[in-house]
Ligand binder design. Structure first.
Ligand SMILES: [Fe+2]
Length: 350
């Protein structure tokens, strides 16, 4: 694939410059001055490779817990803001990511928004998320959805702080100017815990079920089950030369991704794994669940341990190594790119 400039700008002369200024007065602009930037021969993301060490962020998150109540903050979250996207509340060009803290005794009140959200639990037990009236308890490694326009709240009746990674498609929703949000006057009626998993997560569907949304009706994917799958697959193989053992969380009704705009993945890199380089157009946020290792992202090298978070921008090469059995959760906008016929990958990158 060519990486040459698609187009070079014509020389700027005083006469042309004066002409461009007159164009600007009429809300027009010369395409030839911006064409090379608009239509690049390959992705040119503003997002940069970045690693957030959890042991550096955790004290700041706890400090936020002392300074603001969950009620005051609506959601007490440290936005993971990519240093290439300062002021934009984005981890990548299309995704928001944040670390949310809920302290014992707190409740984050019920609301809903068009933006789809996923949670990946990082630390603590005893808290819950409620989605459309159904409560699910949260444990480290659990993957939880709050699909577009579903009412949700969080609470922590336990005795330890609970922290999770939030991933939202806010930049996509705002690209289209389609954001709506509101609080619940009265939340949806309570539903028995486990009802969605029983109805939709046991390789059966209610006889007359017809999906009302592209999002998975199963909204919790417990880590105990994901981990067991990874363990069994790493023993039976094959282990992919770039990804190790990598699974995607699916909507069991369609076999598609769990939500239409954001995908969740979980992968196991066995001890000693030294993966080949790979790249794809979906910028990806990784969270280390277990283990220690090293990932090369373009020219950057990140040594990571449990709970650390890092970003691989669009079309950056990524190559993982594992010093011990390691599990990585990751999220990206791959479903949206694939739905729009935009997604590309190269594996391995030579
Ligand atoms: Fe929310």
């Amino acid at each position: 694939m060519t990486t040459e400039a698609f187009f070079t700008k014509p020389a700027l002369t005083p006469e042309r410059e004066a002409f461009y200024a007159r164009l600007g007065e009429k809300s027009t602009a010369p395409l030839w001055e911006v064409l090379g930037k608009l239509v690049s021969p390959q992705p040119r993301p503003d997002a940069r490779p970045v690693l957030w060490r959890y042991d550096e962020l955790r004290p700041l998150l706890m400090e936020a817990g002392r300074l603001l109540t969950a009620d005051e903050a609506e959601r007490r979250v440290l936005v993971l803001e990519n240093p290439g996207l300062v002021g934009r509340s984005q981890a990548t060009g299309s995704l928001y990511a944040g670390l949310q803290l809920i302290l014992p005794g707190e409740i984050a009140r019920c609301h809903r928004h068009v933006a789809s959200a996923l949670r990946f639990i990082i630390e603590g037990r005893g808290a819950y998320t409620t989605v459309e009236g159904e409560r699910t308890s949260m444990s480290p490694g659990d993957f939880i959805l709050t699909p577009s326009w579903t009412y949700h709240d969080h609470g922590n009746p336990g005795d330890e702080p609970v922290v999770w990674l939030d991933g939202l498609d806010v930049p996509i929703v705002n690209l289209f100017d389609t954001s709506f949000a509101g609080h619940a006057a009265a939340g949806p009626p309570p539903v028995e815990e486990g009802a969605a998993a029983a109805r939709f997560g046991a390789n059966m569907l209610p006889i007359d079920y017809s999906p009302s949304s592209a999002a998975s009706p199963v909204f919790v994917y417990p880590y105990a089950r994901s981990r067991d799958v990874l363990d069994r697959m790493s023993r039976s193989g094959p282990v992919h030369r770039c990804h190790g053992v990598k699974m995607r969380f699916v909507n069991p009704v369609t076999g598609g991704y769990a939500m239409p705009t954001i995908a969740g993945f979980i992968q196991l890199l066995p001890t000693g794994f030294a993966g080949d380089a790979y790249r794809a157009t979906d910028a990806t946020v990784y969270n280390v669940v277990e283990g220690r290792g090293r990932t090369r992202v373009g020219d950057a090298t990140f040594d990571w341990g449990p709970k650390d978070i890092f970003v691989v921008p669009s079309w950056s090469t990524v190559a993982h190594e594992a010093h011990e059995d390691s599990v990585l959760f990751s999220m990206s906008d791959r479903p949206a790119q694939q739905a729009l016929n935009l997604w590309r990958e190269e594996a391995p990158v030579r």
